[in-house]
Design a protein around this ligand. Structure first.
Ligand code: DP6
Length: 401
């Protein structure tokens, strides 16, 4: 008897133009288009194994080893159902000899190689890996954009993790969502020197989830309406052009403006939502001061911060400037050195010690103990990968390993 099984991994993506607001909460259709950078899976990824078998009595899923119930009507159930529908439509209906995998239950095991506690969004890579592993299991002859239609229904931002490089989620206009999908703006190879420095900020309290926060913003923020109509469309065009021209200065300016506006619409929500904390704001001040000097010298910015629905900072930078950024973060947050894996060898055998560039006004922020928990240095990455048997997360007995 054959084993019907496949394993795939998918990356995390960090938006430069933020998705914030749904016009349809069931289908997950956004109120504006968005654009992201895919990060390297060597550092951050979700891996998922899916198996179909006639003996399975129900669909089951394990996340990081513990079973997650697949509730009726849930996003998870929708994604699995949609993938089975595609299997039937694209494979079984066309080739009567193809095994009827769409009629069998599946077991799915998923694993994130980064701690959920780090506060890094895992839903995007998670749903992208789920959809990618099922697409491999079902041998679907469909494009990543088609798969993004399904990942989108798991978590909006997940649709952008179906591609590497720079990815746009086009909001679409149709009521059924069939044109609300991800497309590649430029591949990873277009700008391989683009790096990301993630500052994991200490945060005790649990914030408002993206899903409920954005719905409240849609219902109460007049500023969101302005953003949707008059700001995002132009920014999408401008940042795409900046990316195609590898114009870091414009890319950085637009990325920071859009992060700021996303946090402004959160604040404009009634009652207000705060995602950035004082450490986040200190990092904004540091990047701003760093850019002030760069602009004075060359007329161009050298770093771009962006923040999602939490206090962590992601700083985009060209590889040649990565050390200056890490130096600067360590100068103000020395405790982060203990949790910084120097994978690019910035410090070789030197001590991981802070520093600022000449002319830097050190008074723009004060030093913090334990403000930044860890620093992750990574770079732009590729899209989902199909992995071999040896990477399977399910054992011979059909249970997670
Ligand atoms: C701030 O994709 O997590 O990260 O669609 O409700 O699952 P749901 O929301 P989610 O929202 C992400 C919001 C964001 C911005 C972005 O990634 O574009």
């Amino acid at each position: 008897m054959s084993l019907y099984q496949a394993t795939a991994s998918a990356p995390v993506n960090i938006a430069c133009i933020k998705y914030w607001g749904k016009r349809d909460t069931k289908l997950i259709l956004p109120t504006n288009s968005s654009l992201s950078v895919t990060l390297d899976q060597d550092y951050l990824k979700s891996t998922t194994t899916s198996r179909a078998d006639p003996s399975f009595e129900k669909d089951q899923l394990w996340l990081n080893g513990s079973e997650d119930e697949i509730k009726p009507g849930s996003r998870l159930e929708t994604c699995i159902k949609e993938m089975k529908r595609l299997r039937k439509q694209e494979v079984e209906d066309k080739d009567p000899s193809a095994p009827k995998l769409s009629t069998m239950h599946v077991r799915i095991a998923s694993y994130n190689n980064f701690p959920t506690a780090a506060g890094l969004a895992s839903s995007a890579s998670g749903f992208a890996a789920l959809v990618s592993s099922l697409a491999a299991l079902y041998a679907l002859p469909v494009s990543p954009s088609t798969l993004s239609l399904i990942a989108r229904q798991g978590s909006g931002s997940a649709c952008r993790s179906l591609f590497g490089g720079f990815v746009a989620w086009e909001m679409g206009t149709k009521a059924d969502g069939s044109d609300s999908l991800a497309v590649e703006v430029a591949p990873q190879s277009h700008w391989p020197s683009l790096h990301a420095i993630i500052c994991v900020v200490n945060d005790a309290k649990k914030g408002t989830s993206s899903t409920s926060g954005m719905q409240r913003t849609v219902e109460t923020s007049p500023l969101l309406q302005h953003r949707i109509k008059h700001v995002v469309p132009q920014r999408m065009a401008d940042i795409s052009k900046a990316i195609l021209q590898r114009d870091f200065d414009s890319f950085a300016r637009i990325t920071m403006q859009d992060s700021n506006q996303f946090h402004a619409v959160a604040l404009d929500t009634d009652p207000p939502i705060f995602y950035m904390n004082d450490v986040s704001k200190a990092i904004v001040a540091l990047v701003t001061e760093y850019n002030r000097i760069a602009i004075e010298k060359t007329g161009k910015r050298k770093a771009a911060y962006t923040y999602d629905a939490g206090p962590n900072a992601v700083i985009y930078v060209e590889q040649e400037n990565a050390k200056e950024i890490v130096d600067m973060i360590l100068q103000y947050f020395p405790d982060a050195a203990a949790n910084f894996k120097d994978v690019f060898g910035l410090y070789a055998n030197d001590a991981k010690k802070g520093a600022v560039i000449p002319g830097f006004n050190e008074a723009v922020a004060h030093k913090w103990e334990q403000g930044v928990k860890s620093i992750i240095h990574t770079k732009i990455g590729d899209g989902p990968r199909t992995l071999g048997e040896s990477e399977s997360l399910l054992g011979a007995n059909g249970m997670p390993k």
